[in-house]
Design a protein around this ligand. Structure first.
Ligand SMILES: *Cc1c(COP(=O)(O)O)cnc(C)c1O
Length: 352
């Protein structure tokens, strides 16, 4: 039987996605060739790239001004592509420091100009989302991280501002309904809610580009990638195709409104047990806690061995917390079934 996979990323995918991806490795679109051995310029793959870009736009209900790209280099490369394409020479950008990833993004940004911390929860180990951000008019953009994968906090209300909003949505994209059109740039490493590792979704407003007066290396230039329909160089074909299968499944299952409901049910079930069970405590402040990464601690560390053993016997894997936080982290991404959450809470319930 398959394990209950709570891994933070790369992570669980829908069974039909694994099946479709395996089929494509054996025989892609009845070509009698593997997806792994055909040219990315073959019409059969060009169609995949077109469909995955269109479908992403459709699911997020993005305005025509947006282009969706599937790039390489992970979300981490976006930490530098963002300032390259959005920060003017000698420019200023605001960063909300909500966790390790946000810190890394800000560090890269500071190589290009002045980075201002508009808010930070570092002093509380990032267990909440700073609300009153110190935004100033001179900022070229404001960088946010919608979901903080390591501590398990999530932005529920995005700031209302005229400054272009940039958002790292690596760990909660396609998990809930939000107004995606309020952003100028959205990026997300695929391996947490879209597909396998190897590609990064970027949704960018065309009208926001070309304003920095910088010479941008081709591979880091969104405009170049847009002009070549996300095929400026050889794309990671397997990863992109598997993302397409995931997005098709997401649409087929009812899209963001349905998945949001399912994700809420899973998260509520698990948080309820953490609150009820005296042996555990949650890491994130209640109002900011994530519906994707649920972080919790055992109050009595001496029970760790027993709990780990019970989890392992129940087929639960991937719930160790990030090494910087310790404790446990149950990542309950889109593809994780409610049943897995039910099993986990049952094990927690039976611990004492
Ligand atoms: C995982 C993660 C990243 C890093 O993604 P890579 O694709 O490994 O570069 C960045 N930001 C957030 C919020 C993440 O969860």
């Amino acid at each position: 039987m398959k394990k209950h996979n709570f891994s933070a990323g790369p992570c669980i995918l829908y069974p039909e996605v694994i099946k479709g991806a395996s089929e494509a490795i054996n025989n892609f679109k009845e070509m009698d060739l593997s997806l792994l051995e055909i040219s990315h310029r073959d019409k059969n793959f060009v169609d995949v790239m077109e469909e995955v870009r269109e479908l992403s736009k459709e699911i997020m209900a993005l305005e025509d001004d947006f282009e969706v790209l599937f790039l390489q280099g992970g979300a981490s490369l976006q930490f530098c592509m963002t300032p390259y394409n959005f920060m003017k020479k000698n420019g200023v950008a605001g960063y909300s420091i909500t966790g390790t990833w946000a810190k890394k993004a800000a560090k890269e940004g500071s190589l290009f100009g002045q980075v201002i911390e508009v808010g930070s929860s570092a002093e509380e180990n990032f267990n909440y989302i700073p609300k009153k951000l110190k935004i100033t008019k001179n900022m070229d953009y404001l960088h946010l991280t919608s979901n903080n994968t390591i501590v398990g906090t999530q932005i529920k209300d995005f700031p209302n501002t005229d400054i272009p909003l940039v958002c790292d949505m690596s760990s909660d994209i396609f998990s809930r309904q939000i107004n995606f059109n309020q952003f100028s740039l959205i990026y997300a490493g695929a391996q947490k809610n879209i597909g396998p590792a190897g590609t990064t979704l970027v949704a960018v407003r065309k009208s926001a580009l070309g304003k920095t007066a910088r010479d941008i290396p081709s591979m880091l230039d969104y405009e170049k990638h847009i002009k070549s329909d996300s095929m400026f160089n050889t794309p990671p074909v397997f990863s992109v195709y598997t993302c397409l299968l995931t997005l098709r499944a997401l649409k087929h299952n009812g899209g963001l409104s349905i998945i949001e409901e399912q994700n809420k049910l899973k998260a509520n079930h698990l948080y309820k047990e953490i609150e009820r069970n005296e042996l555990f405590e949650g890491v994130a402040k209640k109002e900011d806690r994530s519906s994707m990464n649920v972080c919790f601690l055992l109050k009595d560390e001496s029970l760790k061995e027993k709990f780990d053993k019970l989890c392992s016997e129940a087929g639960i894997v991937g719930i160790n917390g990030h090494r910087s936080v310790g404790g446990y982290r149950a990542s309950i991404y889109n593809a994780l079934p409610f049943e897995s959450v039910r099993i986990l809470t049952e094990v927690m319930n039976h611990l004492d």
